[in-house]
Each structure stands twice: as structure tokens, then as C-alpha cells.
Design a protein around this ligand. Sequence first.
Ligand code: SAH
Length: 218
Amino acid sequence: MLEKLENDKKRLIEYWLKNRVVKDKRFIEAFKKIRRENFILEEYKEEAYVDYPLPILEGQTISQPTTIAIMTQALELKKGHKVLEIGTGSGYQAAIISVIVGNKGKVITTEIKKSLVDFAKKNLKKAGIKNVKIIHSDGSSGYEREAPYDAIIVTAACPEIPKKLLEQLKIGGILVAPVGSIFLQKMLKVKKIGKNKFKIEDLGEFRFVPLKGKFGWK
Ligand code: SAH
């Protein structure tokens, strides 16, 4: 099985580089380093590097590798950055970010479901990741206590850009979130260029599980 995983992984990286899906070498390094098979359920491990989302617990999913690549790259991460994630899920996205921001950086990730908090904790421990802090809470209002952040990533579908998250972003910081209907969203990259000034870029259509909580879907 290990050989299949390595081959699939290599093929994905080649595809990204050839088609210029990923230009950020730091993402490729992190992707090589973190074993995705450690973040998915036993029965899907063989499919760890196939390019589609996989079920985790509670009807939630770990995003497909290409989606993770596009979102991570859009965050324009640097070593030492402090990053907030909404929707820990398996903990994989947080692990990838934590490698890129390095020891001096920090990832705060919020998850609304207790069973997924436990799942992610276990997975991150297996991967030997130490600079990720998981918060069991509704992240739709962000996490004020550690604000402001250099980057914020939402990995669940938002009905609109959560205002609280924009408030918790540093000036010059970037928020990446899928925004739209419950069935289809546009991936928005929002750069905060002034206290109340933003530059919005549309990265294309995606489909995520819904954001719950105060500023999510009822
Ligand atoms: N980033 C994850 C995948 C996320 S799936 C990974 O790498 O595996 C979306 C997750 O968002 C689910 O686990 C869901 O429970 C969580 N979620 C939904 N609404 C939330 C909210 N308001 N606050 C925090 N987490 C939320």
C-alpha cells in the first residue's frame, strides 16, 4: 500500500506543477512532509492521494488535495505567521499550514464538533505536530483571544463573508473562504488593505460542507 500512496502522491505533485495549479514551493514541501493517510479513516487510507474529498466523521469531509493546495497557496503564508482556521475536521489542513509557518508560527483552529476535535488531536499527535492549538468552539465569530491574525482560512461553506473574521485580520492579512449557497460556493480571497478596506479575488467554484453556528447556516 505504501508504494501506491507514494506513486499517487508523486503523480499529484507532477500534475500541479505541470498545470501551474501550484507555484508555491513551500506548499509542495509541506505536502511531501505530512502524511495525509494519517488524517483519514482506516477504510479510506488507500485513497489518501486520490484527488477527491473523503468522508471523516459526522458526515464531514477532508477536502481534496487540489482544493487544499489552492487555498493554502492563496493565504501567502510566511514563516512566523499566526493563522486561524475555522473547521479543523481531520486536522490535515492545519498540519500543512503549521509546517509552512514553522516553529515560530502558530495555527489556531476551531472545531464545533467534539468528536472531530478528538479525531484531529489524535491525528496531529501521530504526525508529531506541536504548533497547532485546537479550540472546541463555534468559529463563525472567529477567536478573539488570539487576534489579530496574518491569515484566516474557513474550510466550511459560508452564507456570506463572516464580518467578525475580517475584524480579526491584520492589515495586509488575507482571508480565504468559500462563500455562496449551501450547494455551491465561490472561493474568495480577501485581502485587508485598510481598516475597512478590502480587495476581493474570486478563485473559482467549490463545494464545501456548511458552516454552522452563529454566522453560519441555521
Ligand atoms: N479543514 C478540515 C476539513 C473541514 S470539514 C480538514 O483539513 O480535514 C468542515 C469542518 O468544519 C467540519 O469538521 C465541521 O464540523 C466544522 N465546522 C462547521 N461549522 C463550524 C463552526 N461554526 N465552527 C467551527 N467548526 C465548524
